[in-house]
Ligand binder design. Structure first.
Ligand SMILES: Nc1ncnc2c1ncn2[C@@H]1O[C@H](COP(=O)(O)OP(=O)(O)OP(=O)(O)O)[C@@H](O)[C@H]1O
Length: 652
């Protein structure tokens, strides 16, 4: 038998017959409960939501009806045991005075999975539902869903629909007088009784429906409670001190935690209104998703994400969106163009508030910056206007401690120096602070980008510095001092040559630092490659060689000896000892001291030590100790005597 190349376009073979897909309802329910919904708690939400949509639909079909005329009542009918011993578990009913359904509509919409009256309707955007599966959530807690409904269309008869989890249903018309609307009943499944506890139902109904713009009532026995609340953005609509206080107090009660500040936010895109609450503690950037979001005034999620720009991770929002869309699970916002537009506008709304604070309410902005400077720095990077207004208040870690930019500018005459990595900052910190120079530690995210963007908005210059750059600025010696240091430089040059380092003598602060190891960024890279090669196997070693080979020639590392330190001047005097007075031995001692200063300055600068340096350190230290114990100098063949490993034991 040959198979057509494209079966979709092939003529139907003779003898074929048409069939309809069948739906295994239990399989669908399992899919919903295990993979789409977060659990049976969503049942209350789905029934409430159908009530809301039915009321919205009625406003279009019934001229005299307004959404505020609507009402939804949840009632819990307690379980009971009849005289013959039959158990009747509790039943939850949700009643609305919405659009209702005619008998044909019952067949079309209640009994067809995936069929929704809302999709394709002119009012489509004003409904919450659209997928035609929400009602099935009832089967997560009940074996049967019963709906009694009467359409608002004139002449409609009340209809009862009984749908069962095995996929069968019955419909009958009722001969009773019923006002338009729908009442859905769910009788508890034996294994789902916990979802029919009065407190549980009430809490869920309040959490999903308390902000709805019409009465939502919970009835249980004699209790008849209105669950509605006014949304916080309507109660506290401005950024005035009184509204701010009210909002903070509201947040403490509603969210169970206190916030640093609070203010209203809005966006026309997505029709969003709400409040932003400034977190009391500094937060990590990845934590952006714990906003409480209502969609058409029904709770969608307490952990919604994607509503604010990345930099706004310092606020938690509570907001309602009339123009955004849920995903099918109804627990997240659909990531679409409308959400992107709303995110952009909400970001602008936050930014406007911060700009207003910068102009008129500085204390508030200062308080916020103190805790959330990371987020605010991100905004300053992205937003020139904000940068201009607020940059001076941003704090930076510097060699003089934590300072606001304003202070750093004052102390450095608007010349902003920064170290790009933590290691570089550590290396230059002692020298910079001893010289009263302020260097900013720009190793944190956004810091360097922000500093480099500052000259666009402020009269400042910025420059990246390393310890090597600082040492360029150390004072040169006068001629006499140069002469005095000449022998020391010779010995040091000889001692440091095997280490690819050249000595220098300058005068610098702090005077307590005898030597500074200075290395520019390029030379640092080559040094790192060398250190890595020691750890790497042959393959990696040759890769590293290739990396190093492609780099430009640079000035190598320098050991800058400090003429202001007495030890260095003593070493210079010792190195100048005439040969007849034991000069060779004296220079051996100086050489060992230079080697030790070299290793010490590496360690002070937090540079990793290589094998040669460890060996050198051990040998030099032992040599010095031996010399001290025996009361003699170290080495003996003049400047350049021996190597680090063949030294010691010379006559003294
Ligand atoms: N309380 C009600 N009043 C009137 N019609 C209702 C009611 N509940 C359900 N319906 C009808 O049944 C249809 C199916 O409801 P269901 O909850 O399964 O899906 P939906 O609300 O359309 O979409 P979604 O799955 O996104 O919630 C609805 O489109 C609506 O026509």
């Amino acid at each position: 038998m040959s198979v057509p190349a494209d079966p979709a376009n092939a003529a139907e073979p003779a003898g074929s017959s048409d069939h309809r897909f069948q739906v295994d309802l239990r399989g669908v329910i399992e899919l919903l409960s295990e993979h789409l919904y977060s659990g049976p708690r969503v049942v209350v939400r789905e029934l409430l939501q159908n009530g809301v949509d039915a009321l919205t639909a009625r406003t279009a079909k019934d001229e005299g009806f307004d959404l505020s005329d609507g009402r939804v009542t949840l009632e819990l009918l307690p379980g009971r045991t009849t005289e013959d011993g039959t158990q009747h578990p509790p039943t939850l009913s949700v009643r609305d005075n919405g659009v209702g359904l005619t008998e044909p509509e019952v067949h079309e919409f209640l009994a067809k999975i995936g069929r929704s009256a809302k999709r394709g309707d002119l009012q489509e955007d004003s409904f919450i539902g659209r997928f035609g599966i929400g009602l099935l959530a009832g089967f997560l807690v009940a074996e049967e869903i019963v709906a009694v409904t009467r359409s608002v269309m004139p002449g409609s008869q009340p209809v009862e629909w009984r749908g069962r989890a095995d996929g069968t249903y019955t419909v009958r018309t009722l001969n009773v007088d019923l006002a338009p609307g729908t009442q859905v009943f769910l009788r508890a499944r034996e294994d789902r009784l916990e979802h029919f506890e009065p407190e549980v139902v009430k809490k869920r109904a309040a959490s999903y429906g308390s902000l709805l713009p019409f009465p939502v009532t919970f009835k249980h026995g004699a209790a008849d409670e209105l669950l509605n609340e006014t949304p916080p953005w309507e109660r506290f609509p401005t950024d005035s001190p009184a509204d701010r206080e009210g909002l903070l107090e509201w947040a403490e009660g509603a969210l169970g935690k206190s916030f640093l500040d609070a203010f209203p936010v809005k966006s026309d895109a997505g029709k969003v209104r709400g409040v932003a609450l400034v977190r009391p503690e500094s937060t990590v950037r990845s934590r952006t998703g714990d906003h409480r979001v209502y969609l058409k005034r029904m709770l969608l999620s307490e952990k919604a994400d994607g509503l604010l720009p990345d930099w706004a991770f310092f606020v938690t929002c509570v907001l309602n969106a009339d123009g955004l869309h849920p995903t099918a699970s109804r627990e997240e916002l659909r990531d679409d163009e409308d959400l992107a537009a709303a995110r952009e506008e909400l970001g602008m709304s936050l930014r406007r508030t911060l700009l207003r604070w910068a102009a008129k309410d500085r204390d508030r902005l200062h308080r916020l910056i103190d805790v959330h400077y990371r987020a605010v720095k991100r905004l300053a990077v992205e937003d020139e206007e904000f940068r201009k207004l607020a940059a001076d208040w941003l704090p930076f870690e510097t060699t003089a401690g934590r300072l606001r930019l304003e202070e750093i500018r004052k102390r450095s005459d608007d010349r902003l120096r920064f170290a790009a990595t933590m290691d570089q900052f550590r290396q230059l910190a002692p020298v910079a602070s001893a010289q009263g120079m302020v260097v900013i530690n720009a190793c944190y995210t956004d810091e360097q980008e922000l500093l480099e963007s500052l000259p666009d908005t402020l009269p400042v210059t910025t420059e990246k510095v390393t310890a090597a750059d600082l040492s360029e600025e150390f004072s040169e010696l006068d001629d006499d001092a140069w002469d005095a240091a000449a022998d020391l430089l010779n010995v040091a040059a000889d001692a440091l040559a095997p280490l690819d380092c050249t000595p220098d003598v300058r005068r610098f602060d702090p005077q307590t630092l005898p030597a500074l190891y200075a290395i520019g960024a390029e030379a640092q890279f080559l040094r790192d490659v060398e250190r890595s090669k020691e750890q790497a196997d042959d393959l990696w070693g040759s890769v590293l060689d290739d990396m190093a080979a492609g780099r430009p020639q640079v000035d190598g590392p320098r050991l800058c000896l400090n003429w202001a330190h007495p030890l260095v001047r003593n070493l210079a005097a010792t190195a100048a000892t005439p040969d007849e007075k034991g000069g060779a031995v004296a220079r051996g001692t100086v050489r060992t001291a230079v080697e030790l200063l070299y290793v010490q300055s590496l360690m002070l600068g937090h540079y990793p030590l290589g094998e040669a340096e460890f060996e050198l350190f051990g040998d030099s230290l032992l040599g010095l100790i031996a010399a001290a114990v025996e009361g003699r100098g170290v080495g003996g063949n003049g400047p350049g005597a021996g190597s680090s490993s063949d030294r010691g034991g010379a006559d003294g």
